[in-house]
Design a protein around this ligand. Sequence first.
Ligand code: SF4
Length: 349
Amino acid sequence: MRLLNCPGSHAAEAATPREPETPDAVRDGGTLIHAAICGDERALAQLTPDQIETKEKCERLEFEAASKYIDIEDGSHSLTREERLWLHNDELEKIFSGQPDVIRISHERHVAVITDFKSGWAGAEPAEQNAQIMALAVLVANAFDVAMIYGIIVQPNAMQGPKVSVVEYGPGEIVTAERMLRAAIAKANQPDAPRASGEWCKFCRAKLNCMEFQSRALAVELYGQTSELSHEKLLTMFDHWTVVKGMGAQLESVLKRIIKENPEAFAGKLRITEGRNMPTVDPMKAWGALSEMMAPDEFIGCCKVSLTGLRETYHKNTGGTLKEAKEKLGRILGDAVTYKKSEGSLERI
Ligand code: SF4
């Protein structure tokens, strides 16, 4: 959680206007999956087969993990999804909020299980080290009469870290966590709250005006100018880079907005180029027009077939679960599908 790591980010964000969000396939896909898990039919209808698979995995893993701490089958527990919870100060003013993806509570046993879904490829910190789960546990402890809280992170697509991790908060741990959270909130509300940059900067909209963040960018630049790059320096440079690389999209979005509002703002220095017209070829019409000029296998050689599209259509036509459709299609296609391994990406260990 950013507030614990960078108390100054609260004021920094408050002073930074929101920019219209640019489309982001991973973020937007995650929002759709979360909405579909919450029962939003319109979101469910928009999911691709891969997203449906992620949704189903999230639900299954959550069910399996939560079943270890609550008797789900007997139906005696309560279940809420995406309910916003608040923490109050002594004057009963709202000072902090959070929204667990799932809360299951056994009111008889005073046990709560909270789950946070991560649908992307980037693995989150395991639940035991995850400040967001800690804050959610404090919120749940304040909102319900519970003595034990289990915090679960479910991330079925994570390339690193466990798919499911759990942390246990007993009465003592809850008191300590609440003390930490309240101290962090108090610190964040100080006029001179310190800032500290790190991977939590990724979702902070104050990036472009933040010296602490920009010093990371400068560090990358300075290291880049050094003639001798030791392994140690390269590794430090990589750490800085993983934090600052998200700035590019935000910078581009701010600049585009300024130019759209005032085309003369950067006259002679910067402009938005013409968008490219991306061609889409209707294969049926193209074959109708070209069938006398090329052999069928030559034409097919120019066509790309989308495996996701095939899965989607096969699933729609044959019914059953997505998993069954995927497996059957895989058997039908056999060696018609070949795989080429891409080069792996860098991962800090
Ligand atoms: S960009 Fe990073 S360092 Fe700057 S305020 Fe936001 S979280 Fe803190």
